[in-house]
Design a protein around this ligand. Structure first.
Ligand SMILES: [Zn+2]
Length: 318
């Protein structure tokens, strides 16, 4: 999800009739570029004063994907030149329901050069009633001539307080501490925060936490059992090891006196981390990481897990 500043600005401009004909909307994958463009479409097609009102027929039709004056190409796969030509043909027709037509091109950065050049003609002499949005992850994949003809809207990730609001909505039972941890990890991406808080992730983290407790307390039998007995599939073990590297990284932060770190509140684990040397934690993190890489490169899962058990125990004694 993107942060809402750009949308607020666009809506204000739409209310005052100050919108341009062509926009390039860029931002990371999954940030919600299409949603953003559709919100802009609502602001442009809304018939009420307070655009977008959300209630008028225009607003509702855009929301339910039924507005005849909103046309999207490149939705399933990158638009071909034929799709672009169809869009241009439509741009010279009169709008159906309103006084404006909205065109949205998804994955515009992946358009072939001939497609981009065809669009350029539309940009140069846009029909009065047309607004076009090109959506792309990276501006650099668009032709400089296209870039120079369109206004840029860059979508940033959500801000921490916006993510916190959403998380409290989705997980009212969560404590502030858990929300803050999820926000730290999310770095502006709501999806990452939600994934972090999912039951599955929590279970994986718990497994990693156990591994670390066993390793730091040198319980070799328990450690080997925890790594081998569940008969993990490759990607399951890799997921646990990923959490283990995160955990070790946070443990190192604590040891080095970094003010902000995210370790579970388990008194046992905190005591063990306090007692461990920085060298041991670093070495364990390295072993977990190398094992994860080996798994990605098709190493035998049982062999990799056994090797890791030995390495973690030897690292813990440092
Ligand atoms: Zn409306």
């Amino acid at each position: 999800m993107y942060n809402s500043d750009e949308l607020r600005l666009f809506s204000q401009k739409a209310r005052n009739g100050l919108c341009s004909h062509a926009y390039i909307v860029d931002g990371d994958a999954g940030i919600g570029k299409l949603d953003f463009a559709l919100e802009c479409a609502r602001a442009l097609l809304c018939t009420e004063r307070d655009k977008p009102c959300g209630y008028c027929q225009g607003c509702r039709k855009v929301l339910s994907n039924e507005h005849p004056d909103v046309y999207i190409i490149g939705r399933e796969k990158t638009a071909a030149i034929a799709d672009v030509r169809e869009l241009i043909r439509r741009s010279f027709l009169k709008p159906n329901d309103s006084d404006r037509q909205i065109f949205i091109v998804k994955n515009a950065g992946k358009l072939r050069e001939d497609s981009q050049n065809a669009l350029l003609k539309l940009f140069e002499e846009p029909p009065e009633s047309v607004t076009i949005f090109l959506l792309t992850e990276s501006r650099s994949s668009l032709l400089p001539t296209v870039l120079s003809r369109a206004q840029r809207i860059h979508l940033d990730g959500m801000r921490d307080f916006e993510i916190a609001e959403k998380l409290r909505e989705c997980y009212p039972e969560l404590r502030e501490r858990e929300i803050n941890t999820a926000i730290d990890i999310a770095r502006g991406n709501l999806g990452t925060a939600l994934k972090y808080l999912s039951k599955e992730s929590a279970a994986t983290r718990l497994k990693a936490e156990k591994l670390l407790v066993y390793a730091l307390s040198k319980q070799s039998y328990e450690l080997t059992g925890a790594l081998l007995l569940p008969k993990y599939k490759r990607e399951q073990l890799a997921a646990v090891l990923y959490e283990l590297t995160v955990l070790l990284n946070e443990a190192e932060k604590m040891k080095y006196g970094v003010p902000k770190y995210n370790l579970p509140q388990s008194p046992e684990l905190l005591e063990l981390v306090k007692g461990a040397s920085k060298k041991a934690l670093a070495k364990m993190g390295e072993s977990a990481f190398l094992c994860m890489t080996a798994l990605e490169n098709n190493a035998n899962v049982t062999a990799a897990a056994s090797k890791l058990a030995i390495e973690l125990l030897s690292a813990a004694s440092r």
